[in-house]
Design a protein. Structure first.
Length: 424
């Protein structure tokens, strides 16, 4: 895609749309001595409950499982048939969007005056700056870029799964709710992206604690965490809308004017995207440069929902794509149906904020030329994993059925990604 780095070019058989058809307190305080780092770590660990530790143990086990899969993938599925040397240890994780984030972190958005006006431009401004900025910071300590990205995802994933389990325990009365939710989430079909150098783990590390703070009516930390989430993905704005709706419903229920004093916090998450748009405008003259980059590079031009469904259906079953890509388009259709069913259930149960969050996500992904990345986005739908956990706690057979189906699918999606094929 880019003349700057051939490594950013997608494989030659990446799906391309067919040619368009004709329409049919006060006072000074004395500073206390700084607490040693080991002491701070011990205090943090002491705040973890046995349930928290069980969830983190599950998280570690699944990370080990993915690393084992990646190790075997580089031996069993070499890039060139007949090779006698395996790929480097971290090569399975150097795929797709991970390369975009690496190049942004290393070279910036517009290196040496290049940009959308340059032939072969890679449309890197489509990616929000939160993850690349953190990657560049971690790289000052971890010299290898890929290892730095994996470290970010490893730490962020632990924070995310811990927050998810705590949200589940707040929603469900069963003692095993948090652990069960974590199991279903960590063994979900697209779980490999929580370990790769992608944004899902980092986004959830901000978004899930933000939601947990919001349901506890701690609006200031919720707004700050949501603002951090918006630096990572545009999905942070969907979260901000859901938290704003939750705030309004809570304030109306309390019938107390003082409850509305925190309303200003709900506007904070809009600042990072606005700042990013200003930055892009200063360099490209386009306030929506990130959106237009998505349109150029990933066919995210607006289409009606039925057009997007028809185009994805054609990619899945119309024999216009190779079998691997056709299968992934089939997964996109299934993920869309799962999302629509989730919104219906949330509306039926009057979970208005959560329904709004998922619905906005579906609208953004379901109005492109065709569906892209909806299976991977299911990782961000925490009501889905809590709902499945609730179902499995009421119907024990469901856990067995879920794991029987999810285990092979999760393994195949992981192998697909780790061997350089389009997945998720």
């Amino acid at each position: 895609m880019s003349t700057l780095s051939p490594g950013l070019r997608p494989p030659a058989d990446r799906p391309v749309p067919p040619e368009p058809r004709t329409p049919s307190r006060p006072g000074p305080r004395i500073a206390e001595p700084a607490e040693p780092r080991a002491g701070r770590l011990r205090r943090a660990a002491a705040r973890l409950t046995p349930a928290d530790r069980a969830v983190l143990w599950l998280y570690l086990l699944t990370r080990i499982s993915l690393w084992i899969t990646a190790h075997f993938a580089r031996w069993l599925f070499p890039a060139r048939p007949g090779t006698r040397e395996p790929a480097p240890v971290l090569a399975p994780f150097q795929r797709w969007d991970a390369n975009h984030y690496l190049h942004i972190a290393r070279d910036g958005y517009f290196p040496a005056g290049t940009g959308p006006w340059t032939s072969g431009w890679d449309n890197r401004e489509a990616f929000f700056p939160g993850y690349p900025l953190l990657l560049r910071a971690v790289h000052t300590v971890v010299p290898d870029w890929t290892a730095a990205g994996l470290l970010i995802s490893f730490v962020a994933g632990a924070v995310a799964v811990l927050a998810l389990a705590r949200i589940a325990r707040a929603y469900l009365p069963e003692d095993a709710a948090g652990r069960r939710t974590a199991v279903l989430f960590l063994l979900s079909p697209c779980a490999v992206f929580l370990a790769a150098g992608y944004t899902e783990a980092l986004f959830l590390a901000f978004a899930l604690p933000a939601w947990l703070a919001a349901v506890r009516h701690r609006w200031a930390p919720a707004a700050v965490l949501t603002a951090l989430a918006t630096t990572v993905r545009v999905s942070g704005l969907f979260l901000a809308a859901a938290i704003a709706l939750l705030f309004v419903l809570t304030a109306r229920e309390k019938r107390d004017r003082r409850s509305w004093r925190a309303a200003g916090w709900t506007l904070l998450p809009a600042l990072p995207p606005a700042a990013y748009s200003w930055y892009l405008h200063a360099r490209t003259g386009d306030w929506m440069a990130w959106k237009h980059a998505q349109e150029r590079g990933w066919y995210r031009t607006f289409h009606t929902p039925w057009e997007a469904w028809a185009n994805t259906w054609n990619g899945a079953f119309g024999h216009t794509q190779t079998t691997g890509y056709a299968l992934m388009f089939q997964a996109e259709l299934v993920a869309m149906l799962v999302g629509l069913a989730l919104v219906a259930v949330l509306l039926y149960r009057r979970r208005w904020p959560e329904a709004l969050y998922v619905a906005l996500s579906l609208w953004a992904l379901g109005t492109s030329y065709w569906y892209t990345s909806i299976p991977r986005t299911t990782l961000l739908w925490w009501p889905l994993w809590i709902g499945l956990a609730a179902l499995s706690l009421r119907r024990p057979w469901f856990r067995t059925a879920y794991l029987s189906v999810a285990a092979p699918v999760t393994t195949l999606v992981a192998l697909t990604f780790l061997t350089g094929r389009w997945a998720g």
